[in-house]
Design a binder for this molecule. Structure first.
Ligand code: NAD
Length: 418
């Protein structure tokens, strides 16, 4: 069945859609890639990339040079349609499936009997059914269209590798849709392609991210308790993890990124009171950032009394996790925004973004006194270093003579205070 597939239309050319499109083009499929942003389309058609991801540039250049990857702002006829558009949330943590809806409306005029339509975006339970409804409303006879969900679970930084190696879950609206879609993935995935129904596939992806969120919430709560009790939380976790059946994750300044900090809300929104643990974990992880702000403000007040002036604070790290430039839902950025809104002496070090970055535009920081500085200036000028992200550039700094707070374990693994 999968042998007849030649042309694929990929909707959304971001972190997921573009690597998928480029990989498939390099595997011999003819790819019509679609994005609503003209500059993204132009960049890709020039054989270049607009996002940072190892090896992606090589894949895109070879795909475009071979003529098998063409980008456009409008969809075209294809054998398979892959939807990889954003699924954020609205105000109040209500899932926003508007992008999925508009991408589905856009492909509707091109969908023919026998086609496969795959939703890859991380989606609330029921969204694959919504795709079918939207196609129907737009005049498509879906009785012979195979619609399935296949959630993506790649790790940024390793996307090109994991696209091929990871196991995949495929859940169709019908067993035939599941089978046809699974066979398509089996043409380029080395991992196992697991078959289920659409709702279970949707819930599986949300479950994976909620599992991590709940477990990080446990670590974050431990870190708050340990601070109260005067115990080094990282040492504690290392010791507890020597139990053969215990594996506690690492605490931090909160939880960030567009997956773990977002997807559990999709369960909470639909689950209501039956999703108490998942909701509480999400709230605890968000609270951890507030707690960190409180600790920094308290320390700043102490220093102000001692120095008889406002202390200069350097926030060490802004990204949502170590060694990347991604600021989406980043607790470190949120903490820095909050501190710089109430204090005039806040600086930040983020080795993964250029020093010339416009704080207002790129970081949402309005205070004109805020500065992005390099790590050496921070060591020289700051009265208080606040480690928020365990970037590799911070790991070997000698801060023993300086005032610092470590919320990510980069300095403090074996010291007795937070
Ligand atoms: N990035 C990851 O690591 C990752 C991992 C697993 C799952 N996901 C999920 O994959 C989905 C896509 O995420 P992403 O990181 O690629 O997002 P992204 O923002 O990098 O890319 C999405 C692209 O879709 C485009 N777009 C928006 N509406 C469109 C439309 N109607 N038609 C065509 N293009 C449209 C945007 O312009 C953008 O370029 C999300 O549901 C996300 O949760 C992402």
């Amino acid at each position: 069945m999968a042998e007849n597939i030649q042309k694929i239309c990929v909707m959304g050319l971001g972190y997921i859609g573009l690597p998928t499109a480029a990989l498939l083009a390099n595997r011999g499929f003819e790819i019509h890639g679609v994005d609503v942003v003209q500059s993204t389309v132009d960049t890709i058609n020039a054989g270049k990339i607009h996002i940072v991801e190892p090896e992606l540039d090589v894949f895109v250049q070879s795909a475009v040079n071979s003529g098998r990857l063409k980008a456009d702002t409008k969809p075209a006829e294809a054998d398979v349609f892959i939807i990889a558009v954003p699924t954020p949330f609205h105000e109040g943590h209500v899932p926003n499936v508007d992008y999925v809806k508009s991408a589905t409306e856009a492909i509707a005029p091109f969908v023919k009997p026998g086609n496969i339509v795959i939703l890859e975006s991380t989606s609330p339970v029921g969204t694959t059914h919504m795709v079918e409804e939207v196609l129907k409303e737009n005049g498509v006879d879906t009785s012979r269209v195979h619609i399935a969900h296949c959630p993506e679970r790649v790790l940024p930084g390793k996307i090109m590798l994991e696209l091929v190696q990871n196991d995949r879950i495929v859940g169709g609206l019908t067993p035939e849709a599941t089978e046809k879609t699974a066979r398509f993935y089996e043409t380029f995935v080395n991992g196992t392609v697991l078959r289920t129904d659409a709702k279970t596939a949707e819930m599986a992806k949300l479950t994976e991210n909620s599992f991590r969120d709940v477990n990080i919430a446990f670590a974050n709560e431990l870190s708050i308790l340990c601070d109260k009790f005067g115990i080094n939380v990282w040492e504690l976790i290392e010791l507890a993890n020597r139990h053969p059946r215990v594996n506690i994750l690492q605490p931090g300044a909160g939880v960030g990124g567009h997956c773990i900090a977002v997807d559990p809300w999709f369960i909470v929104d639909a689950g209501g009171d039956d999703a108490k643990l998942i909701r509480t974990a999400r709230e605890r992880n968000d609270y951890k950032s507030e707690w960190v702000i409180g600790k920094i403000e308290k320390e700043a007040k102490k220093l102000e009394k001692k120095l008889k002036r406002k202390p200069v604070i350097a926030c060490m790290g802004l990204a949502f996790k170590p060694d990347i430039d991604d600021l989406r839902e980043s607790p470190a950025l949120y903490i820095t925004q909050r501190l710089s809104a109430s204090m005039d002496s806040v600086t930040a070090v983020e080795p993964n973004i250029p020093l010339e970055t416009d704080p207002k535009k790129k970081l949402g920081i309005d205070n004109p006194r805020f500065r992005l500085i390099d790590v050496f200036d921070a060591l020289e000028d700051a009265d208080l270093l606040v480690f928020l992200v365990a970037h590799k550039q911070f790991k070997h700094l000698d801060v023993s003579d300086l005032n610092y707070l470590d919320f990510c374990g980069v300095m403090n693994k074996h010291k007795k205070t937070i």
